[in-house]
Write a protein that binds this ligand. Structure first.
Ligand code: ATP
Ligand code: MG
Ligand code: MG
Ligand code: MG
Length: 470
């Protein structure tokens, strides 16, 4: 069975090509579709096919798509299965492949190609989807490995109206050792026991304003499987970060910082090491696709990833610039499949270095201000929340850094005061926010469950107001 990430990628595309699907390269992270912030699912580039505006000779398509999920950025490092950048393997069809066939292929790929033990596989289906239930049963899945979930989890919708349909997800049981121990622990639980790795969406209805759901002209298929999760499973790695692609970046962070990494710890240094590994990889891919740091939209997402990585570098005690070393490592590992990385290597490295330099200046200015404030305090004192807020708001100095530096001297932060000042600032900012072009129907259509909430964009338009979430 395929073991390495590149073997998994190749065997997936080969599997579907042999079954008549057209293998299509990943689209850029910078979408052609102006309504989409960043590519976030394999189906993005097929939108016109779903809508029936384009057709394909083949029965369907397969791809390995570069994705960024901005909605997951805040939790990166605090678990082992979410990444801001990941590769999504997917197969798609616009009427050419039946639901039975799609499920059979997914089952075959999981058990025959990846050689995953059937007793470890669990399937979730939409409550009322008897069809999916029968299909999995017919493939040999036992009743206690199928769970029914509600619309929130297993019914995908374009929005209040428009294309929608049930989905079915495949989970891998990593074993009790990964679990929360709760008697109700099952696929969908927040803990790491059941790892979701493949989502099969069956878009077949067109919901109307009156709530009725006539059938679409054809039954669509849209599947997505995170390659880092699959790699972790077949490599018996305890998380995405222990797989063959990301473990090298973790090791680099350990080498540069001299700090220890514990795969089972989701706080402190281990979390920081994960954030640097993940964010530096995401930033490298974004730069190679032509995205540039800025204060709004995509450029803001990039700037935030870079700054957050740099900040965590400081928390790890790394003194100088380090991001270009990570970028070089990413390019070396992933360049063989993504030639854009090699093509734009110099540019990527120089943008990273200059953005990093700019942020150092910010940090240095803030440090001077913080030193003044701390000079008047003694061990056991509390730093005024408004001082911490000024640092964050005026200097762009990350609150996590303020907390760490103060903590080193036995000083705590008046968090309530900070939060109050933040709330007031948010209210002022909200009053000024204009509508963003990519909100509304389109963005919802495009996401495979990665909807972009308009409030998230308040932050993207205003870095200072979002910096708290580092
Ligand atoms: P989760 O519930 O774990 O957040 P999801 O339901 O949001 O995942 P989907 O939108 O169903 O994910 O995407 C399809 C597949 O893409 C998932 O089953 C998973 O394998 C992978 N995936 C999704 N989000 C991430 C991420 N942030 N990092 C790595 N892989 C991901
Ligand atoms: Mg999910
Ligand atoms: Mg899912
Ligand atoms: Mg998710």
């Amino acid at each position: 069975p395929p073991k390495s990430t590149s073997e998994i990628r190749a065997s997936f595309l080969d599997f579907f090509e042999r079954r008549g699907c057209k293998v299509v390269p990943s689209s850029s992270l910078l979408p052609e579709d102006p309504s989409l912030l960043l590519a976030n699912a394999g189906m993005n580039q097929f939108k016109q096919y779903y809508l029936g505006k384009k057709t394909m000779r083949e029965i369907g398509a397969a791809s390995c798509q570069k994705c960024i999920r901005t909605t997951d950025i805040d939790i990166i490092g605090s678990d082992g299965r979410h990444l801001s950048f990941f590769e999504m393997l997917g197969n798609f069809s616009f009427g050419g492949v039946t639901k039975e066939q799609a499920c059979a292929w997914a089952y075959e790929f999981s058990t025959e190609v990846l050689k995953l033990a059937p007793h470890r596989l669990h399937f979730t289906i939409f409550d009322e989807d008897e069809e999916a239930h029968e299909i999995w049963r017919a493939l040999g899945v036992s009743e206690d490995h199928i769970s029914r979930l509600g619309a929130e989890d297993n019914f995908w919708a374009a929005g209040p109206t428009g294309p929608c349909g049930p989905c079915s997800e495949i989970y891998y049981d990593q074993g009790e050792a990964f679990g929360c121990g709760s008697p109700t622990c099952a696929p969908g639980c927040e803990c790491d026991r059941y790892l979701e790795f493949w989502n099969l969406v069956f878009t077949r209805y067109d919901r109307q304003a009156d709530g009725s759901m006539p059938e679409l002209p054809h039954r669509n298929l849209d599947t997505g499987m995170g390659i880092e999760r699959v790699a972790a499973i077949v490599q018996h790695a305890s998380s995405n970060y222990e797989g063959d692609v990301l473990s090298g970046l973790i090791a680099l962070g350990v080498e540069i910082s001299g700090r220890a990494y514990d795969p089972l710890s989701y706080q402190g240094d281990s979390r920081s090491l994960r954030i640097i590994a993940d964010h530096s990889r995401a930033a490298t891919f974004m730069l190679a696709d032509g995205i540039r740091p800025s204060n709004e939209g995509r450029g803001y997402v990039l700037r935030r990833l870079i700054r957050r990585a740099v900040m965590h570098g400081r928390l790890l005690g790394i003194e100088g610039a380090f991001l270009s070393r990570f970028a070089r490592s990413v390019i070396e590992t992933m360049g063989p499949h993504y030639s854009e990385l090699i093509e734009h290597r110099d540019l990527v490295v120089s943008f990273l270095a200059s953005e990093e330099e700019r942020f150092f200046a910010t940090i240095d200015n803030g440090s001077a201000f913080l030193e003044d404030a701390l000079a008047g305090l003694a061990r056991g004192d509390t730093l005024d929340g408004r001082v911490a807020f000024t640092l964050h708001d005026t200097f762009g100095f990350p609150i996590d850094l303020t907390i760490e530096i103060a903590r080193d001297r036995g000083i705590s932060i008046d968090e309530e005061g900070f939060d109050n000042a933040m709330t007031e600032q948010r209210e002022r900012a909200r009053a000024q926010v204009r509508d963003v072009a990519w909100s509304s129907f389109d963005s919802v259509w495009i996401g495979l469950a990665d909807t972009i909430s308009p409030t998230a964009f308040v932050g993207y338009d205003n870095y200072e107001a979002e910096a708290r979430i580092v």
